[in-house]
Structures are given as structure tokens and as C-alpha cells.
Design a protein around this ligand. Structure first.
Ligand code: PLP
Length: 433
């Protein structure tokens, strides 16, 4: 174990980690990054096949994002957004509004805070409009919306939630349209419609107490890249409108091109009440999140009474450096026609993964945009750690979720990186039980 790994174990508390496990699986000590590659302090390099927990879009140490942040650093690094404003946050809000059709942007620093904001805003909207009884939230089975107490209340991942159950607000989960649960002879679409019927049954009985339905559009990331048919989003939209419940799209993981369109909801062409963004928004550079909402929601808070306003704040709201990184990201999307370029990139990678798709241990191979995932059969406890270690030896950084191996690389991977990732996937299938 290197001294950096030792000091890390001694003085840090790593996220989502049983610290004792680091005795045998020490943290990877990263010295630098370049494009899709990470370099450790011994000089070994690894393809960042999961985009540093789904945040990185255009590689590490990207010259264009670096330049934008350095330029901003010379002007103003931060100023509070209560009572002040600045060019980067205004321009970012304008551009996000143009991209999403949602005209009002509220900022925070991480995904979980965005969830908290959307839930509070939804509740407060109903209160301001005379429906204070709408105090409940519903979400999808196996959904993930962050781990602060409010966000965890609508999250449905037992490993993160069970220990804290006594602290959480009650919320109800609707059946997930996860295509892995489709029954024999049923199409993905029919199954999604069947799930939406269960949603309707619930709304019929409880809508007057429900403020919002929050979901991850098209891909439930933490559930193991569970994918579903876009008809579910269209149906959810219709039902939320019919029963007067807000629809909150948590695009924190899937926004910014991940599913093949700029935002996943575009694939169902639906109007939203709230959209939560984070992760890729700064290209994986700086913590920033954003909740976008409609003129109608905004108008319900616009009043003479202070208490009708949305009195929520975070110290680093709208940080100029983070906003400049986000603007550089939007520039890259436009200048490099990233959505189109990714289509070609994805086709190539899918072709390289053909042997993986047909491997005898692979179940539910799935791909959407720049996300690939498959479930591995016949695994034993500890599979994900052993798969991680085997891939690392082969020069690829992966982080399987249970028996699901997924690849979610930055949008800069070329032939070499794709070949390496495909080889690592093959190696896991051939060698790791
Ligand atoms: C990561 C994630 C969050 C939480 O974001 P943090 O920045 O980790 O708090 C919420 N929702 C989804 C869908 C996510 O993937």
C-alpha cells in the first residue's frame, strides 16, 4: 500500500464505503487525468469507464473547460447569489431555459440538494395555491434520488435506505417499468403501459394528498442501469396532468446526452413541471446542480408576502466557476455536434461488444445512448469487488453494481479505449465468478 493510500485510510472517510474493506482493497491513488484516462501515483493508467461516477463528459483535464475556468478565476471566483447576480449564472440560466423550455433555474451544489429543492418547491407551490393537503411524494421502485434525508425518503435502494428508515418520511413506490421484469410474451412497451396502469390506480385513490411524482427518466442508474420504454414517461405525464400531481424528472444522471438525446425526457416529448440536473452539468469539474421549473410554478411564488417566496439557500448557489464550466460544456455540445458524434461512437462500441452480448453468462444486455449494461449469471458473493479488481489489472476502471456490469464512458473515448473496455468486460465474463 502506498503512503497516500495509508494516509487516506487514516484521515478520510470515503463515500459509500465500508472503511474496513480498504484493508484489502485500497483506494486507487490518482495523480492526474487526461482525456478518458486516469493515471495512478505509480504511473499506471486506466480508462475511466464509468466517467468518475457518471459526472465526466469530455474527459479529464479538458483544455477548453480548463481555459474557461481559468478565465473566470481572474474575474470573480464566487459571490453570493442572494442580492447579487453575475454573467455566468445568467447566461447559463438562459441557455438551460432554451434547451428545456423551463424558464426558471434554481441552483445548488449537488444532486441530492436538487431533489430536496424540487420536492420543497412542489409542496410549497400547492400550499401557495390553496392545496396545502398535498404533502406526499411518490417515486419508482428501485429509484435513486440522492441520500440526504428528504432525497433518501423518495429513494428506494435498500442498501442505502434501510439503516435510516426511522428517520425518513413515508413515501410510496410505484412499480418500475424496468425491462428486466417484462413477462414472457410481453413487449417492453406493453409492460410499461401495465406499470402506468398501476400508477393510475394509485393516483385515483390518493392524488389529493400527493404533491409530486419523481422519477429517473428512461434509466434508473443506481438500480443497475435499469432501462425502460419511453411510453411510460408519456403515460406518467398524462396521468400527472389528469390527477394534478407535479412530474419531476431527475435527469441528474441521464441529462447532457447520456441517453442519446440532450435530455432523456426528449425521447417521450413530454412537458415537465420540474427537471433536476447535476453530474454532467459541469463536465464533471465542479459541484453544481440546478432545478428548472415552469412559469406557472414560478408565478405561484411571486407575491408581496415574503413567506410566499422560496426561502431556500445554499452558500455556493450559482458559483461562477462552476457556471463557467457548465457554459464551456454547452459550447462543446454545440461546436462538436456531440449528440450526433456520440451516435457514431455508440454504434462502434456496440459492435465491439457483440461477443459480450452473446456470452453465455450474459443476461439482459442493454444499451441506450452512451450507457451499456448487462447482468452476469452464476456469480458468487464479492463478485463486484473481484470484477473491479480484474478490470483494474486490465487497465479499466469499472464499478459493477451487484451482478450488473455497466460501461458509461466519457464522450471522448476512441478506438483504443473502446477495445480496452470490451476486453475488460470479456475478461470478467471468462474469469470472475
Ligand atoms: C447521483 C444521483 C443523485 C444524487 O446526486 P449527488 O450529487 O450524488 O447528491 C440523484 N439522482 C440521481 C438519478 C443520481 O444519479
Amino acid at each position: 500500500m502506498s503512503s497516500l493510500q495509508d494516509r487516506s485510510r487514516q484521515f478520510l472517510w470515503h463515500p459509500c464505503t465500508q472503511m474496513k474493506n480498504l484493508e484489502t482493497v485500497p483506494p486507487l491513488a490518482i495523480a492526474r487525468g487526461e482525456g478518458a484516462w486516469l493515471f495512478d501515483d505509480a504511473g499506471n493508467r486506466y480508462v475511466d469507464a464509468i466517467s468518475s461516477w457518471w459526472v465526466n463528459l469530455f474527459g479529464h483535464a479538458n483544455p477548453r473547460i480548463n481555459a474557461a475556468i481559468i478565465d473566470q478565476l481572474e474575474k470573480i471566483e464566487h459571490v453570493m447569489l442572494a442580492g447579487c447576480t453575475h454573467e455566468p449564472v445568467v447566461e447559463l440560466s438562459e441557455r438551460l431555459s432554451n434547451l428545456t423550455g423551463l424558464g426558471h433555474a434554481f441552483y445548488a451544489s449537488d444532486g441530492a440538494s436538487a431533489t430536496e429543492i424540487a420536492l420543497k418547491m412542489s409542496f410549497h407551490y400547492w400550499r401557495n395555491t390553496g392545496q396545502a393537503g398535498k404533502t406526499q411524494f411518490i417515486s419508482l421502485q428501485n429509484g435513486y434520488h440522492g441520500e440526504t434525508l428528504g432525497a433518501l425518503s423518495v429513494t428506494d435502494v435498500a442498501l442505502f435506505k434501510d439503516q435510516y428508515a426511522p428517520l425518513l418520511r413515508h413515501s410510496v413506490q410505484m412499480p418500475s417499468p424496468d425491462i428486466r421484469l417484462v413477462e414472457a410474451g410481453e413487449s417492453d412497451e406493453t409492460f410499461a403501459i401495465r406499470c402506468s396502469e398501476a400508477l393510475e390506480t394509485y393516483l385515483q385513490q390518493h392524488a389529493e394528498t400527493i404533491a409530486a411524482f419523481i422519477l429517473e427518466p428512461l434509466v434508473q442508474g443506481a438500480a443497475g442501469m435499469a432501462m425502460y420504454h419511453p411510453i411510460y414517461l408519456s403515460r406518467a405525464r398524462e396521468l400527472c396532468t389528469k390527477y394534478q400531481v407535479h412530474l419531476v424528472a431527475d435527469e441528474i444522471a441521464v441529462g447532457f446526452g447520456r441517453t442519446g438525446t440532450m435530455f432523456a425526457c426528449e425521447q417521450a416529448d413530454i412537458r415537465l413541471d420540474f427537471m433536476c440536473l447535476s453530474k454532467g452539468i459541469t463536465g464533471g469539474y465542479l459541484p453544481l446542480s440546478c432545478v428548472l421549473t415552469t412559469d406557472e410554478v414560478f408565478a405561484a411564488f411571486y407575491a408581496d408576502e415574503t413567506s410566499k417566496g422560496f426561502l431556500h439557500s445554499h452558500s455556493y448557489t450559482g458559483n461562477p466557476l462552476a457556471c463557467r464550466a457548465a457554459l464551456a460544456v454547452l459550447d462543446i455540445f454545440e461546436q462538436d455536434k456531440v449528440i450526433e458524434a456520440n451516435r457514431v461512437r455508440a454504434e462502434r462500441f456496440s459492435a465491439l461488444l457483440e461477443p459480450v452480448r452473446h456470452h453465455r453468462r450474459v443476461e439482459h444486455f442493454r444499451n441506450l445512448g452512451m450507457i451499456w449494461a448487462f447482468d452476469v449469471q452464476n456469480v458468487t458473493p464479492g463478485f463486484s469487488t473481484r470484477a473491479y479488481q480484474a478490470a483494474l489489472k486490465a487497465g479499466v476502471l469499472l464499478r459493477p453494481i451487484g451482478n450488473t456490469v455497466y460501461l458509461m464512458p466519457p464522450y471522448v473515448v476512441g478506438e483504443d479505449e473502446m477495445v480496452k473496455m470490451a476486453m475488460a468486460a470479456q475478461l470478467i465474463l471468462d474469469e470472475i465468478k
